[in-house]
Write a protein that binds this ligand. Structure first.
Ligand code: ADP
Length: 361
């Protein structure tokens, strides 16, 4: 299968006076597994439906493999959309559900038999052809929905919240299966999710949307480590946004006096060229927590604080710590036998400047 690119150029869409997508520019590479991530109402599904052809944009261009699809009806596009609720026909067997699109296209019986067989094999449901959707688990139903879309050999595969109807264990398993299948097929895949973990673990790259505006595009790690603004910093992972005041040194490094938390030194890359009032993003892992008696590593900026709450998450314990007039989320990696700080514990908090990022604006 030939992998194709998808390009959105200056796409705008309004429902009446409400602008739902504003000047959306995306360059999705052939064969990419691409996530559209954003909170509810940010315009993700609208963008997905627009690529499928179910809604029309009023401004801009939508190109697939360099061709403008804007004027084409959904069935004229080689784009397959898997709906969030799978939209299987309950009265049809798995086989007939998958065959449906091919029958509609009036394909020869033998071709249909071959293609449906191959699609069911692809999703690991070869022996389930005679069942009805009601006799399948959630994960199996989703695989049927996938097979039904893949059987028409779309150039672009669109998935609307593909994992949200599955329980947690199945979600992780399906996430890996989807990824492996997408890699095998090489089909350019765009999926919508409000779940940052899902986007981070699966996507090659992702676009973060808010209020119909693309906030940032990048690999999961780029977005996590170098958020472009406070929204992305807060939406992709957990972050502490701490106000401070920046000073630029002749060697290009930046020192930031964090409100109530001491002064940290940033590298040039992390600091940009900002001075004056700034916001600093600090992930929960950017802190070190210790008892007040602990020997304090001179490379960190230390402040005394009090633990307000402790949440044991397994791999880590997440603390809420009051320090220097801030309330911070602080993670500590858990090891067997390690004690925990109880709420009320008097602690010291160290800020690791190498893990800090300045947030523009
Ligand atoms: P998301 O998928 O990110 O949750 P949507 O794309 O579904 O967001 O919706 C984006 C915005 O567009 C929302 O404010 C929603 O209310 C509005 N919207 C979606 N579909 C319609 C429609 N058919 N008519 C009017 N407004 C709509």
């Amino acid at each position: 299968m030939k992998s194709v690119s998808v390009q959105c150029r200056g796409i705008g869409l309004s429902y009446g006076a409400t602008e739902v997508l504003k000047d959306v520019n995306l360059e999705i590479e052939p064969g990419e597994f691409y996530a559209l991530l954003g909170p509810s109402g940010s315009g993700k599904s609208t963008l997905l439906r627009l690529i499928a052809g179910f809604v029309r944009h009023q401004r801009g261009e939508l190109l697939v493999d360099g061709q403008d699809l804007t004027a084409l009806e959904p069935w004229e596009r080689q784009v397959g959309l898997v709906f969030q609720n799978y939209a299987l026909w309950p009265h049809l067997t798995v086989w007939d559900n998958v065959a449906f699109g091919l029958v509609e296209r009036r394909m020869p019986k033998e071709t249909i038999r071959r293609k449906v067989g191959a699609a069911l094999e692809l999703v690991g449901l070869s022996s389930f052809g005679e069942r009805r959707p009601g006799q399948l688990s959630g994960g199996q139903q989703q695989r049927v929905a996938l097979a039904r879309t893949l059987v028409i050999e779309p150039q672009v595969l669109l998935l609307d919240e593909p994992l949200s109807n599955l329980d947690k264990t199945l979600r992780v398993q399906m996430r890996q299966e989807l990824h492996a299948m997408q890699r095998r097929l090489g089909v350019t895949t765009i999926f919508v999710t409000h779940d940052q973990e899902e986007a981070m673990t699966t996507a090659d790259r992702m676009a973060v949307l808010e209020h119909g505006v693309v906030q940032q595009v990048g690999t999961p790690m780029e977005l996590y480590d170098e958020p472009a603004n406070a929204f992305v910093a807060g939406f992709v992972g957990t972050t502490n946004l701490v106000p401070g005041s920046a000073r630029l040194f002749a060697d290009g490094s930046v020192a930031v006096e964090l409100d109530g938390l001491g002064t940290i030194r940033l590298s040039e890359a992390a600091g940009g060229f900002m001075r004056g009032p700034v916001t600093v993003a600090l992930r929960p892992g950017a802190f070190v927590l210790g008892s007040r008696r602990v020997v304090r590593d001179a490379r960190l900026a230390w402040t005394e604080g009090v633990v307000q709450a402790a949440e044991f998450l397994g791999e880590t314990t997440r603390y809420r710590v009051q320090a220097g007039g801030q309330v911070l989320s602080v993670d500590e990696v858990h090891r067997i036998g390690q004690g925990r700080f109880a709420p009320g514990a008097e602690v010291v908090v160290g800020v690791d400047g190498t893990q800090a990022r300045l947030i523009p604006g």
